[in-house]
Design a protein around this ligand. Structure first.
Ligand SMILES: *[C@@H]1O[C@H](CO)[C@@H](O)[C@H](O)[C@H]1NC(C)=O
Ligand SMILES: *[C@@H]1O[C@H](CO)[C@@H](O)[C@H](O)[C@H]1NC(C)=O
Ligand SMILES: *[C@@H]1O[C@H](CO)[C@@H](O)[C@H](O)[C@H]1NC(C)=O
Length: 254
Protein backbone atom coordinates (compact mmCIF):
# COMPACT_ATOMS: atom_id res chain seq x y z
CA UNK A 1 0.00 0.00 0.00
CA UNK A 2 2.58 2.47 1.14
CA UNK A 3 4.95 1.42 -1.61
CA UNK A 4 2.43 1.90 -4.41
CA UNK A 5 1.55 5.31 -3.11
CA UNK A 6 5.21 6.20 -3.14
CA UNK A 7 5.47 4.95 -6.68
CA UNK A 8 2.59 7.18 -7.76
CA UNK A 9 4.18 10.20 -6.15
CA UNK A 10 7.46 9.42 -7.89
CA UNK A 11 5.70 9.06 -11.23
CA UNK A 12 3.84 12.33 -10.88
CA UNK A 13 7.09 14.03 -10.01
CA UNK A 14 8.80 12.55 -13.04
CA UNK A 15 6.02 13.73 -15.34
CA UNK A 16 6.29 17.22 -13.89
CA UNK A 17 10.03 17.31 -14.40
CA UNK A 18 9.76 16.11 -17.99
CA UNK A 19 7.01 18.63 -18.74
CA UNK A 20 9.06 21.42 -17.30
CA UNK A 21 12.22 20.41 -19.16
CA UNK A 22 10.51 20.41 -22.51
CA UNK A 23 9.01 23.80 -21.72
CA UNK A 24 12.51 25.05 -20.93
CA UNK A 25 13.86 23.86 -24.26
CA UNK A 26 11.19 25.84 -26.06
CA UNK A 27 12.27 28.91 -24.18
CA UNK A 28 15.46 28.85 -26.17
CA UNK A 29 13.78 30.07 -29.30
CA UNK A 30 12.61 33.19 -27.53
CA UNK A 31 16.13 34.31 -26.74
CA UNK A 32 17.96 34.68 -29.99
CA UNK A 33 15.63 37.03 -31.82
CA UNK A 34 15.75 39.74 -29.18
CA UNK A 35 18.81 41.79 -30.05
CA UNK A 36 19.49 44.98 -28.15
CA UNK A 37 16.37 45.74 -26.25
CA UNK A 38 15.70 47.85 -23.22
CA UNK A 39 14.22 46.17 -20.23
CA UNK A 40 10.66 47.24 -20.92
CA UNK A 41 10.71 46.37 -24.57
CA UNK A 42 12.19 43.02 -23.70
CA UNK A 43 9.46 42.32 -21.19
CA UNK A 44 6.80 43.19 -23.73
CA UNK A 45 8.45 40.93 -26.21
CA UNK A 46 8.46 38.08 -23.77
CA UNK A 47 4.85 38.66 -22.94
CA UNK A 48 3.96 38.58 -26.60
CA UNK A 49 5.86 35.40 -27.05
CA UNK A 50 4.06 34.07 -24.02
CA UNK A 51 0.81 34.69 -25.88
CA UNK A 52 1.54 33.42 -29.35
CA UNK A 53 4.70 31.38 -28.94
CA UNK A 54 3.00 28.21 -27.80
CA UNK A 55 3.71 25.61 -30.38
CA UNK A 56 4.77 22.78 -28.16
CA UNK A 57 2.40 19.90 -28.71
CA UNK A 58 1.19 19.35 -25.24
CA UNK A 59 -2.37 20.17 -26.21
CA UNK A 60 -2.41 22.86 -23.61
CA UNK A 61 -2.71 26.38 -24.97
CA UNK A 62 -2.17 27.75 -21.55
CA UNK A 63 1.27 26.31 -20.97
CA UNK A 64 3.23 29.49 -21.50
CA UNK A 65 1.01 31.36 -19.15
CA UNK A 66 1.26 28.78 -16.43
CA UNK A 67 4.99 28.77 -16.90
CA UNK A 68 4.94 32.49 -16.32
CA UNK A 69 2.96 32.02 -13.19
CA UNK A 70 5.32 29.41 -11.90
CA UNK A 71 8.23 31.70 -12.62
CA UNK A 72 6.82 34.39 -10.43
CA UNK A 73 5.75 31.93 -7.76
CA UNK A 74 7.51 29.48 -5.55
CA UNK A 75 9.05 27.31 -8.19
CA UNK A 76 12.81 27.22 -8.08
CA UNK A 77 14.85 28.56 -10.91
CA UNK A 78 16.83 26.18 -12.99
CA UNK A 79 20.51 26.82 -12.90
CA UNK A 80 22.67 26.28 -15.97
CA UNK A 81 24.31 22.87 -16.22
CA UNK A 82 27.66 24.22 -17.32
CA UNK A 83 29.41 27.44 -16.45
CA UNK A 84 28.34 30.26 -18.70
CA UNK A 85 30.75 33.17 -18.95
CA UNK A 86 30.04 35.98 -21.35
CA UNK A 87 31.18 39.54 -21.83
CA UNK A 88 29.75 42.38 -23.86
CA UNK A 89 30.16 46.05 -24.66
CA UNK A 90 27.82 48.51 -23.09
CA UNK A 91 27.41 52.14 -24.09
CA UNK A 92 27.38 54.63 -21.28
CA UNK A 93 26.34 57.80 -23.04
CA UNK A 94 28.39 60.12 -25.25
CA UNK A 95 29.26 57.17 -27.43
CA UNK A 96 31.61 55.76 -24.81
CA UNK A 97 31.63 52.03 -24.34
CA UNK A 98 32.74 49.77 -21.48
CA UNK A 99 33.03 46.01 -21.18
CA UNK A 100 30.88 44.08 -18.75
CA UNK A 101 31.15 40.39 -17.97
CA UNK A 102 28.79 37.85 -16.52
CA UNK A 103 29.41 34.50 -14.91
CA UNK A 104 26.74 31.94 -14.18
CA UNK A 105 28.38 29.03 -12.39
CA UNK A 106 27.00 25.58 -13.16
CA UNK A 107 24.23 24.30 -10.89
CA UNK A 108 24.09 27.42 -8.77
CA UNK A 109 21.21 29.84 -8.92
CA UNK A 110 23.63 32.72 -8.95
CA UNK A 111 24.66 35.24 -11.59
CA UNK A 112 27.68 37.45 -11.06
CA UNK A 113 28.12 40.58 -13.16
CA UNK A 114 31.45 42.34 -13.13
CA UNK A 115 31.89 45.92 -14.21
CA UNK A 116 35.65 46.40 -14.13
CA UNK A 117 36.50 48.22 -17.33
CA UNK A 118 39.64 50.32 -16.92
CA UNK A 119 37.85 53.36 -18.39
CA UNK A 120 35.12 53.37 -15.74
CA UNK A 121 36.92 55.89 -13.57
CA UNK A 122 37.24 58.37 -16.44
CA UNK A 123 33.53 58.06 -17.06
CA UNK A 124 32.62 58.72 -13.44
CA UNK A 125 31.81 55.14 -12.47
CA UNK A 126 33.16 52.97 -9.70
CA UNK A 127 34.15 49.38 -10.55
CA UNK A 128 31.75 46.88 -9.03
CA UNK A 129 30.68 43.28 -8.69
CA UNK A 130 26.97 42.53 -8.57
CA UNK A 131 25.65 39.18 -7.41
CA UNK A 132 22.14 38.11 -8.37
CA UNK A 133 21.04 35.47 -5.90
CA UNK A 134 18.09 33.36 -7.05
CA UNK A 135 18.43 30.65 -4.42
CA UNK A 136 15.44 31.92 -2.49
CA UNK A 137 11.90 32.78 -3.57
CA UNK A 138 12.58 36.41 -4.24
CA UNK A 139 15.78 37.39 -5.96
CA UNK A 140 18.27 39.29 -3.86
CA UNK A 141 20.92 41.45 -5.46
CA UNK A 142 24.15 42.47 -3.76
CA UNK A 143 25.96 45.39 -5.35
CA UNK A 144 29.52 45.66 -4.19
CA UNK A 145 31.31 48.79 -5.38
CA UNK A 146 35.07 48.51 -5.22
CA UNK A 147 36.50 50.18 -2.14
CA UNK A 148 35.84 49.90 1.53
CA UNK A 149 32.26 51.09 1.49
CA UNK A 150 29.24 48.91 2.22
CA UNK A 151 27.54 46.33 0.08
CA UNK A 152 24.12 47.44 -1.19
CA UNK A 153 21.16 45.07 -1.30
CA UNK A 154 18.13 45.35 -3.50
CA UNK A 155 15.57 43.17 -5.31
CA UNK A 156 15.28 42.16 -8.95
CA UNK A 157 12.21 41.72 -11.11
CA UNK A 158 13.95 39.82 -13.91
CA UNK A 159 14.07 36.06 -13.45
CA UNK A 160 17.19 33.95 -13.64
CA UNK A 161 15.94 32.61 -16.96
CA UNK A 162 15.35 36.07 -18.39
CA UNK A 163 18.83 37.25 -17.54
CA UNK A 164 20.45 34.09 -18.87
CA UNK A 165 18.43 34.11 -22.09
CA UNK A 166 19.47 37.67 -22.77
CA UNK A 167 23.07 37.13 -21.66
CA UNK A 168 23.58 34.57 -24.39
CA UNK A 169 22.35 37.12 -26.93
CA UNK A 170 24.54 39.81 -25.42
CA UNK A 171 27.60 37.61 -25.49
CA UNK A 172 27.06 36.83 -29.15
CA UNK A 173 26.56 40.43 -30.20
CA UNK A 174 29.11 42.89 -31.47
CA UNK A 175 27.06 46.08 -31.24
CA UNK A 176 27.17 47.73 -27.84
CA UNK A 177 24.24 47.20 -25.54
CA UNK A 178 22.57 50.31 -24.22
CA UNK A 179 20.61 50.51 -21.01
CA UNK A 180 18.10 52.91 -19.55
CA UNK A 181 19.29 56.28 -18.34
CA UNK A 182 20.89 56.28 -14.95
CA UNK A 183 18.53 55.31 -12.18
CA UNK A 184 18.83 57.18 -8.93
CA UNK A 185 18.57 55.08 -5.77
CA UNK A 186 18.82 55.95 -2.12
CA UNK A 187 21.71 54.34 -0.29
CA UNK A 188 21.70 56.66 2.69
CA UNK A 189 20.04 54.18 5.05
CA UNK A 190 21.84 52.91 8.14
CA UNK A 191 23.80 49.68 7.85
CA UNK A 192 21.91 46.57 8.93
CA UNK A 193 22.42 45.28 12.43
CA UNK A 194 24.55 42.17 12.88
CA UNK A 195 21.41 40.17 13.72
CA UNK A 196 19.65 41.23 10.55
CA UNK A 197 22.83 40.56 8.58
CA UNK A 198 23.10 37.06 10.06
CA UNK A 199 19.48 36.42 9.17
CA UNK A 200 20.15 37.25 5.52
CA UNK A 201 23.39 35.29 5.49
CA UNK A 202 21.66 32.19 6.81
CA UNK A 203 18.99 32.20 4.09
CA UNK A 204 21.31 33.54 1.37
CA UNK A 205 24.87 32.30 1.92
CA UNK A 206 25.89 33.65 -1.48
CA UNK A 207 25.17 37.16 -0.24
CA UNK A 208 27.62 36.54 2.57
CA UNK A 209 30.17 35.42 0.03
CA UNK A 210 29.50 38.52 -2.06
CA UNK A 211 29.48 41.06 0.72
CA UNK A 212 31.83 39.57 3.29
CA UNK A 213 31.60 41.01 6.75
CA UNK A 214 31.39 44.62 5.66
CA UNK A 215 28.38 46.77 6.30
CA UNK A 216 25.22 46.09 4.37
CA UNK A 217 22.81 48.84 3.36
CA UNK A 218 19.38 48.24 1.83
CA UNK A 219 18.76 50.38 -1.23
CA UNK A 220 15.50 52.32 -1.34
CA UNK A 221 13.76 54.18 -4.09
CA UNK A 222 15.00 57.70 -4.00
CA UNK A 223 12.32 59.87 -2.47
CA UNK A 224 11.34 63.45 -2.80
CA UNK A 225 12.04 65.01 -0.38
CA UNK A 226 15.04 62.80 0.44
CA UNK A 227 14.92 60.89 3.72
CA UNK A 228 18.47 61.79 4.56
CA UNK A 229 19.00 65.44 5.37
CA UNK A 230 22.80 65.51 5.60
CA UNK A 231 25.26 66.12 2.81
CA UNK A 232 25.36 63.39 0.19
CA UNK A 233 27.55 62.17 -2.66
CA UNK A 234 26.93 59.83 -5.56
CA UNK A 235 28.43 56.42 -6.23
CA UNK A 236 27.80 55.41 -9.83
CA UNK A 237 27.96 51.77 -10.82
CA UNK A 238 26.87 49.70 -13.81
CA UNK A 239 24.87 46.59 -13.00
CA UNK A 240 23.35 44.04 -15.37
CA UNK A 241 20.65 46.20 -16.92
CA UNK A 242 21.12 49.66 -15.53
CA UNK A 243 23.41 52.47 -14.67
CA UNK A 244 22.81 53.04 -11.02
CA UNK A 245 23.50 56.26 -9.20
CA UNK A 246 23.55 55.46 -5.50
CA UNK A 247 23.12 58.46 -3.27
CA UNK A 248 25.11 57.95 -0.07
CA UNK A 249 26.10 60.13 2.90
CA UNK A 250 29.04 62.34 1.93
CA UNK A 251 31.13 61.07 4.81
CA UNK A 252 30.85 57.41 3.91
CA UNK A 253 33.94 55.48 2.82
CA UNK A 254 34.20 53.93 -0.61
C1 LIG B 1 19.64 26.76 -27.27
O1 LIG B 1 20.58 27.82 -27.35
C2 LIG B 1 21.91 27.40 -27.31
C3 LIG B 1 22.80 28.62 -27.24
O2 LIG B 1 22.40 29.62 -28.15
C4 LIG B 1 22.21 26.51 -28.54
O3 LIG B 1 23.54 26.08 -28.50
C5 LIG B 1 21.27 25.34 -28.53
O4 LIG B 1 21.44 24.57 -29.71
C6 LIG B 1 19.82 25.80 -28.45
N1 LIG B 1 18.92 24.67 -28.30
C7 LIG B 1 17.79 24.55 -28.99
C8 LIG B 1 16.98 23.37 -28.68
O5 LIG B 1 17.43 25.41 -29.81
C1 LIG C 1 33.99 31.20 -15.78
O1 LIG C 1 34.55 32.20 -14.97
C2 LIG C 1 34.89 31.77 -13.68
C3 LIG C 1 35.32 33.00 -12.87
O2 LIG C 1 36.21 33.79 -13.58
C4 LIG C 1 35.99 30.72 -13.77
O3 LIG C 1 36.34 30.27 -12.49
C5 LIG C 1 35.46 29.56 -14.61
O4 LIG C 1 36.50 28.61 -14.79
C6 LIG C 1 34.98 30.05 -15.96
N1 LIG C 1 34.35 28.94 -16.65
C7 LIG C 1 34.50 28.74 -17.95
C8 LIG C 1 33.77 27.57 -18.53
O5 LIG C 1 35.21 29.46 -18.65
C1 LIG D 1 17.73 59.67 -21.54
O1 LIG D 1 18.01 61.02 -21.24
C2 LIG D 1 18.04 61.88 -22.39
C3 LIG D 1 18.49 63.26 -21.96
O2 LIG D 1 17.86 63.67 -20.78
C4 LIG D 1 16.64 61.89 -23.04
O3 LIG D 1 16.63 62.71 -24.17
C5 LIG D 1 16.28 60.46 -23.43
O4 LIG D 1 14.97 60.42 -23.94
C6 LIG D 1 16.38 59.51 -22.23
N1 LIG D 1 16.21 58.16 -22.68
C7 LIG D 1 15.42 57.29 -22.04
C8 LIG D 1 15.34 55.94 -22.62
O5 LIG D 1 14.78 57.59 -21.05
Amino acid sequence: MQLSRLLIVALVFLVLVVTFCSAQTDDNSTTTSGGRKGRKEQKQQQQQQGVDGDDDNDGNDDSDNSRGRRRGGRRRNKAVKEDINVSWKQSVGDGRVVTLSLQAPANKEIIVVESKDKDLGDLGFVASTTTYDYTTDSALVAINPKGRGPCYLTGESLTYQQIMDNAVTLGASVAPHSVENATLVDGTGAALSRDKEDEIFSTNPEIKRACGRGNIVMLEESGDPPKFSGETKEVKVIIYDAELTIVVPAGRKG
